[in-house]
Design a protein around this ligand. Structure first.
Ligand code: HPA
Ligand code: ZN
Length: 322
């Protein structure tokens, strides 16, 4: 339809994409072969067949297994270059890419190889791209602090830090000290909150970590006072529709609350999260949402606009897109 055509072709920013979640099964097998890494699956089809998740943890287990083939700087480059080509095809003009260094340093990969490989692809890339380093919340705050220390030589290659992995039982306040240090370093701050975890996690991400955006945040609407506050403060939510269905945050796309978030005056954006695992890149997320929800042209424009407003682009660059 005309609306879907407009949605797919409009310029947009992507603010919630885990680069390790863009690793397609074909590239996983190619890198496994190149690096001599053994996989638990005989072929691409068997691996893809295992992409049958019922919650966040069942996804994370297979996502970390897939990332185990990443060993060399070139591997990180190849993965990132493949994602940026997909983003370009979806009319993404700017993307803020998450990466999980601890997933790789735990296997002995130097953090410099991780950052340089991703950054090199971003510099050559066909779209504007910046990097957000995420801490794994299932690990300790000490581990996060050590990771921050190890990343300090590359401080200028990242624009911010985030918090991801298993949410329930690992509230934002567990990372109060490391986020305070990142804040002193002038890094932008974001955190996953209110995906599987309760609205209280959104509140402590804001109050304790002092984050500027909330990743997912869809459970915000369960708390009316919190919803009013997030709207009043203009805190953006980086919503990931296909992810939310695959991980059963909502049973079906028709039940997704994207429209309610917009109607509540929240700065909601649409993003792909882990496109190789959840059935599509950014445009597939837009199409899935627009096909199932009563969203119109005004919503399309609002979502595109929100994606740039909520970005960490410098004001002059941001203005070019608004
Ligand atoms: N939530 C938490 N951790 C993650 C996700 C997510 O959606 N994707 C990759 N790591
Ligand atoms: Zn995510």
């Amino acid at each position: 339809t005309q609306l879907l055509h407009i949605v797919q072709n409009m310029p947009k920013a992507e603010l919630h994409i885990h680069i390790e979640g863009s690793l397609e099964p074909e590239l996983i097998f190619a890198l496994a072969e190149r690096n001599g890494v053994a996989l638990d699956y005989p072929n691409v089809e068997a691996l893809r067949a295992a992409y049958d998740f019922h919650d966040l943890q069942s996804f994370l287990d297979i996502y970390y297994a897939g990332a185990s083939v990443l060993l060399k700087e070139q591997d990180f480059y190849d993965m990132t270059a493949a994602y940026l080509a997909k983003a370009k095809a979806d009319h993404v003009r700017h993307t803020e890419i998450f990466f999980d260094p601890q997933t790789h340093t735990a296997r002995g990969v130097p953090i410099g190889d991780v950052i340089h490989g991703i950054h090199r692809a971003c510099q050559e890339g066909p779209v504007s791209a910046t990097l957000i380093m995420c801490f794994l919340r299932h690990l300790s705050e000490e581990d996060a602090l050590a990771t921050l220390d190890a990343a300090l030589p590359y401080r200028d290659l990242i624009i911010g830090v985030g918090l991801d992995s298993s949410e329930v039982g690992h509230p934002p306040e567990k990372f109060a000290r490391v986020f305070a240090r990142c804040r002193e370093l002038g890094l932008h701050l974001v955190a996953h909150a209110g995906e599987e975890g309760p609205p209280a996690y959104i509140e402590t991400a804001l109050d304790v970590l002092k984050v500027e955006r909330i990743d997912h945040g869809v459970r915000c609407l369960e708390d009316a006072a919190l919803t009013r506050r997030v709207a009043a403060e203009g805190i953006a939510l980086t919503v990931c529709p296909l992810s939310n269905i695959k991980l059963r945050v909502f049973d079906t796309m028709k039940e997704h609350n994207l429209l309610q978030l917009l109607d509540a005056g929240l700065v909601a954006t649409v993003n792909s999260d882990d496109p190789a695992y959840f059935g599509g890149y950014l445009n597939e997320n837009f199409v899935a949402a627009f096909e199932s929800l009563p969203l119109g042209l005004q919503h399309a424009h609002q979502l595109a606009r929100n994606s740039f407003t909520a970005s960490f682009l410098e004001p002059e660059k941001k203005q070019q897109f608004l």
